[in-house]
Design a protein around this ligand. Structure first.
Ligand code: RIB
Ligand code: CA
Length: 313
């Protein structure tokens, strides 16, 4: 039975690769809808980019919604320096033909979950957790309908990428992250500790370049831009492929090593806002509702990425 999924994203260069993986031909995922959130760039661009990516991949059949345009409490912080002013540096930006759904994205999440079977829908957020938290606040009755939340966010052993102690998605909306992490919803969490193990090396770029279909070409050009900023920042060969760890897990969970932990979020400290306190060594008796990813089969991950990009040929 296909995994029923709602993707929530802020494209965003790595969000784009995650969507291309999820859209791959023959992929056993039933995408109920995609909800855009403000994050890497503002909501007007993340929702447009989501529709643009659907059209590039020939998936205009998937309904795209706009969710929240700002975090629950803080003003929006964006990351144009990483993703470009339009959020998809490296490819031509066009106005998609497919329409944006008129229903608000948070309403879509609530309505879809209310009509779903118990524990049947996987949420895959790869941006700030604003939409997910807003849905939980407005409709706590949806919680039993969620199978698990497979999210990109947080850091334990890796330093932060937006402040010394915080990863971007959690930093942008730490109050939303608190609601998600404090809930008893099962979470699979891909933080910088594991995403920094999947850097897009020159060798991987050559493999992608050799595929030669419109989607792999778009992926190559997006990654070329993405590598510039992060390679300089980290002094590594290639940028970390953060968001694609989520769909890679949905498709091949055995690629990753996970540990059940409690994770709490600092929301208000001016120094550590957005910090994820991952209780990896079980120093507390707090409920271990998260599975923290700490290791990945790097070759298996990139083989999966290449395989999925090849399905568009
Ligand atoms: O810290 C990395 C995360 O922030 C990724 O989801 C990237 O797209 C940005 O949203
Ligand atoms: Ca993202």
């Amino acid at each position: 039975m296909s995994t029923k999924v709602i993707i929530d994203c802020d494209p965003g260069l790595d969000d784009a690769l995650n969507l291309f993986m999820a859209f791959g031909d023959g992929v056993d995922i039933d995408i109920l809808g995609i909800v855009a959130v403000a994050g890497n760039v503002g909501l007007a661009k993340t929702e447009r980019n989501t529709r643009l990516l659907c059209e590039i991949a020939g998936r205009s059949d998937i309904p795209v919604f706009a969710g929240c345009d700002a975090p629950l409490n803080y003003p929006l912080a964006t990351a144009e320096e990483v993703h470009g002013g339009e959020g998809l540096e490296g490819i031509e930006i066009f106005q998609p033909k497919m329409p944006l759904q008129s229903q608000n994205g948070v309403e879509f999440i609530i309505e879809t979950l209310r009509s779903a079977e118990e524990h049947s829908v996987t949420l895959v957020p790869t941006g700030p957790l604003t939409n997910i938290a807003a849905a939980i606040i407005q409709a706590p009755d949806i919680i039993p309908k969620i199978k698990e939340i497979v999210l990109m966010g947080g850091a334990l052993r890796e330093g932060g990428n937006i402040t010394p102690s915080a990863e971007f998605n959690i930093y942008v909306d730490p109050h939303a992250a608190q609601i998600v992490f404090d809930s008893d919803i099962p979470k699979i969490v891909f933080g910088l500790d594991v995403t920094h193990q999947v850097l897009v090396s020159t060798e991987v770029m050559s493999r992608i370049q050799a595929i030669g279909n419109p989607v792999s070409d778009a992926a190559y050009n997006l990654l070329k831009s993405y590598n510039v900023f992060d390679s300089d920042k980290y002094g590594e060969d290639g940028a970390p492929l953060h968001d694609p760890c989520t769909i890679a897990y949905v498709l091949k969970p055995d690629l990753f090593k996970l540990k059940a932990c409690n994770i709490r979020v600092e929301a208000d400290s001016p120094i550590t806002r957005g910090h994820t306190a991952v209780d990896f060594w079980h120093a507390t008796d707090l409920p271990r509702t998260s599975h923290w990813a700490y290791e990945v089969d790097r070759d298996g991950f990139f083989n999966l990425l290449i395989e999925l990009l090849e399905t568009y040929s």
